[in-house]
Write a protein that binds this ligand. Structure first.
Ligand code: ATP
Ligand code: MG
Length: 461
């Protein structure tokens, strides 16, 4: 049943409508002036407001406009005098749900219109609930994994999605931190609002600041117009600050301020602007260690770690690795129109026996490469370390040694050797990304900052 406000300066009309609505089981309140109506609308979420237009002081059009502004979900039914020809159009333009002329059928018409409005409201709510439900399913279904740690992770996501707290997602490279962050957003009440993702490692400090907070015309050379920052674009929704460890200490102060005050200040502009944004940060570094080493501000660290979420490495997820391998097999078979339908039995063993230091991302790349080269219905998988003549150094933290490099009898200049490998991989990455440095950095799993640093070191441009 609905919650209805009736506003008419003729008390008899108020009473008539009140009794009729109450008989249908609705909750009704009545007022006899526009000003009272506006005050009630500020305080209560009505399903329907029925208002007369001609009233002394604050008229019904003002009530309509006020209601549209503060409570856009509420349907407003406007009652006009018989001889008002202008008002109906004006009312509909201003967002009225319906207009009704006063006359002998007034009661009947109002009841019909209110019933329609309540139906529409119910449909909208059901729709929103269904959408949210579907989005939840989708986003959690995208996170493949049935192992205990993954079940626990999904449960955590469901739980924290309902809150507005800041989250820090940590885990080794390629474990799915970005996917987890997105799932938190899509499971949250903010799911219909924007989700904005920023890689903090991809920008130098000043650029990152103007990306995040925007700038005003004239803030710096080249700022020829005002530009909104990503925090403003994410207003009402979620912002994902990836590679938060790559921010400078100066930037960290600014982020801390946003988290504390929930306000942003565009570069070059004095005006503070409130923002309602949920922050999810991610890192594959040990932030606590970085705090101890003076590379990350302790206060920001504590602000961010309100809710810590740890994404487990693939090697701790048991048979999930097979689920994931099959998932990627299907995905790439469809994408590349290949007939491959299953993993070869010996490949199953190979995949299960490996500890996947680069986690899901490397598994995905491995399967992609295997599918691309496969012409049978059984997929044979080569581990990244065996990747036919390619240089595939193990990822950080790997238990395995760099396969294929044999120590020569009279030793090796290790530093120079490593430097040669680094330089050669940097050059390959630049070639493969057509010189796009952020992309090349990604290929090497490096932050933009570290990548630039190495470019300088090896005098590459
Ligand atoms: N549980 C999972 N189910 C399906 N796909 C996954 C899963 N986890 C990761 N992926 C896929 O693996 C790839 C890497 O995931 P993602 O980019 O989220 O990792 P990450 O933790 O952010 O890595 P990095 O630290 O390197 O940025 C993506 O293509 C993602 O879709
Ligand atoms: Mg990532």
């Amino acid at each position: 049943m609905g919650y209805i406000l009736v506003c008419d300066d003729e008390r008899s009309i108020c009473t008539m409508l009140q009794i009729a609505f109450q008989n249908q089981g609705h909750r009704v309140e009545t007022v006899t002036g526009g000003e009272q109506a506006c005050r009630k609308i500020d305080a209560t979420l009505y399903d329907v407001v029925v208002t007369d237009v001609r009233m002394p002081h604050v008229n019904g059009m003002a009530v309509l406009q006020h209601s549209r502004r503060v409570s856009p979900e509420t349907a407003v039914i406007v009652i006009t005098a018989v001889d008002d020809t202008e008002v109906p159009i004006e009312a509909l333009n201003a967002g009225a749900f319906y207009y009704i002329r006063k006359g002998p059928k007034l009661l009947e018409d109002v009841l019909t219109a209110a019933a329609l409005a309540l139906d529409r409201g119910r449909l909208r709510q059901q729709n929103a609930a269904l959408k949210r439900d579907a989005a939840q399913h989708n986003s959690l279904d995208n996170l493949i994994g049935e192992s205990e740690p993954m079940r626990a992770l999904k449960q955590t996501i469901r739980t924290i999605a309902t809150t507005n707290s800041t989250v820090i997602v940590s885990g080794e490279s390629g474990t799915g931190k970005e996917l987890v962050s997105r799932a938190i957003h899509t499971c949250s009440p903010r799911s219909n609002e924007p989700y904005v993702s920023v890689n903090c490692g991809a920008f130098p400090e000043t650029l990152l600041e103007s990306e995040l907070f925007g700038y005003v015309k004239g803030a710096f050379t080249g700022a020829t117009s005002n530009k909104r920052g990503l925090f403003e674009l994410a207003n009402g929704g979620t912002i994902f600050l990836d590679e938060i460890s790559e921010t400078t200490l100066g930037m960290q102060v600014k982020l801390l301020r946003v988290l504390q005050e929930r306000c942003i200040r565009p570069v070059g502009g004095g005006q503070e602007m409130p923002v309602d944004v949920r922050v999810i940060a991610a890192t594959n570094k040990n932030l606590r260690q970085m705090v101890q080493d003076g590379l990350f501000r302790e206060d920001l660290y504590y602000r961010l770690s309100v809710i810590p979420v740890e994404v487990p490495p693939l090697r701790n997820r048991g048979d999930d690795v097979i689920l994931l391998a099959n998932h990627f097999l299907k995905k790439f078979a469809v994408q590349m129109s290949k007939d491959v339908v299953r993993l070869a039995p010996e490949s199953l063993q190979v995949i299960k026996g490996y500890d996947w230091p680069g986690n899901v991302r490397v598994l995905e790349n491995t399967i992609e490469r295997a599918v691309a080269m496969s012409y049978e219905d059984e997929l044979k998988v080569e581990l990244p370390e065996q990747g036919g003549g390619q240089i595939t150094p193990p990822a950080a933290g790997s238990a395995q040694g760099a396969v294929g490099v044999v120590l020569p009898p009279d030793g090796i200049d290790l530093e120079r050797y490593i430097a040669d490998v680094e330089k050669s991989l940097l050059q390959s990455a630049l070639r493969r990304s057509n010189g796009i440095q952020t992309r090349a950095a990604e290929l090497l799993h490096l932050s933009y900052r570290s990548f630039r640093h190495m470019m300088k070191k090896y005098d590459l441009s």
